[in-house]
Design a protein around this ligand. Structure first.
Ligand code: TXA
Ligand code: MG
Length: 319
């Protein structure tokens, strides 16, 4: 299959909506990362996502929707969900909620769970595609399973060209890290730090939130959160003050000798936006070992460090 690169204009979005309507997979930009979308109501369409990514079938998908009303059709919305949606939707927050009976979603989307992960994206191209297609779009990050998430159409094509029908090229993603995932099936529980700092969620909920995310890899609360993930080919070492002789330095703040710097001024939003692109670049540049400067573990820094720890984790398939 030849993967089409579509412009984010009327013609491109019409073609993307047509392909989605036929049950094929189309990658599209959100404010966090590019997603690989398919009609969340149809088994064959959703199965196409798992096949293209090589994703284990026990790992459920996030459903992307235009607004809160669409969410209310699919899931029970506790008060906390309405409060958070009012504050952060559209935006990089995913809520795990009790699935409504008869919601009509493919069982493959929820991997058979009785909860569903929902998100209302903010990126204009994503919103126009949702409106144009009229479909709830199941969409994981548009990368081969276990690899670095894509923040440009080129990243998507580097990983999935020939395996998906099309990618809508909307330029680089503004946030650059995946959404924060909060489980609201019981008392609020952070499953993945992401584009909305957990401190901001706690403020709006007016309750303390355990900021240590769940990392029990034998029975992960979010089944996709296995230790090794976001993995470049190169080895990754964190909290490095100076690089070793075989390492290239991915800097943060005013450090000397960095091959790339996530933010010379120490700005976490800038670092988040450029993190995956930097890892992609060092990887395609042939680096065999990457040392990363220390990054403060607050706000967006928590999500950045989470992704870096996963990139540095031992790989099931070797070093
Ligand atoms: O920013 C994002 O969230 C991006 C863009 C495309 O929206 N999507 C994304 O999807 O990061 P993915 O598939 O890479 O990560 C989704 C995570 C997985 O770890 C999955 O296990 C978890 O959400 N998840 C999905 N449904 C769940 C559920 N019902 N209960 C617990 N975790 C769930
Ligand atoms: Mg992913």
């Amino acid at each position: 299959m030849k993967t089409e690169r579509l412009a984010p204009d009327d013609a491109g979005l019409a073609r993307a909506a047509e392909l989605l309507g036929k049950g094929t997979c189309v990658a599209f930009p959100t404010e966090t990362v590019y997603g690989l979308g398919a009609d969340a109501r149809h088994d064959d369409a959703v199965a196409g996502i798992y096949a293209a990514k090589g994703r284990p079938a026990h790992n459920p998908l996030i459903v992307h929707l235009p607004d809160l009303a669409a969410a209310a059709d699919l899931a029970e919305l506790p008060d906390a969900a309405r409060v958070l949606a009012a504050a952060f939707w559209p935006g990089p927050l995913t809520l795990v909620l009790p699935l409504k009976r008869g919601a009509g979603l493919s069982r493959l989307v929820t991997a058979g769970l009785d909860s569903v992960a929902l998100r209302v994206p903010a990126a204009p191209v994503a919103r126009r595609l949702l409106a144009r297609s009229g479909l709830p779009l199941a969409a994981p990050s548009a990368n081969p399973s276990g690899r670095i998430s894509p923040t440009t159409a080129d990243h998507v094509l580097a990983g999935l060209a020939g395996r998906i029908a099309a990618v809508v090229d909307g330029g680089p993603c503004a946030v650059g890290l995946e959404s924060t995932i909060l489980d609201l099936t019981g008392s609020p529980r952070l499953l993945r730090p992401g584009g909305i700092p957990a401190e901001a969620l706690a403020r709006v909920l007016d309750m303390p939130l355990d900021l240590r995310r769940v990392t029990d890899d034998t029975a992960p609360a979010a089944p996709g959160l296995m230790a090794s993930h976001y993995a470049p080919r190169a080895r990754v070492r964190l909290n490095a003050e100076t690089p070793g002789t075989d390492e290239v330095l991915l800097g943060f703040g005013p450090v000397q000798g960095a091959a790339l710097n996530l933010s010379e001024t120490g700005d976490l939003a800038e670092a988040a936006a450029g993190l995956f692109a930097a890892l992609h670049r060092l990887d395609t540049g042939g680096a065999t070992a990457i040392a990363v400067s220390p990054i403060p573990d607050t706000g967006l820094g928590r999500a950045i460090n989470d992704r870096l720890r996963r990139a540095a984790a031992p790989r099931p398939d070797g070093p």
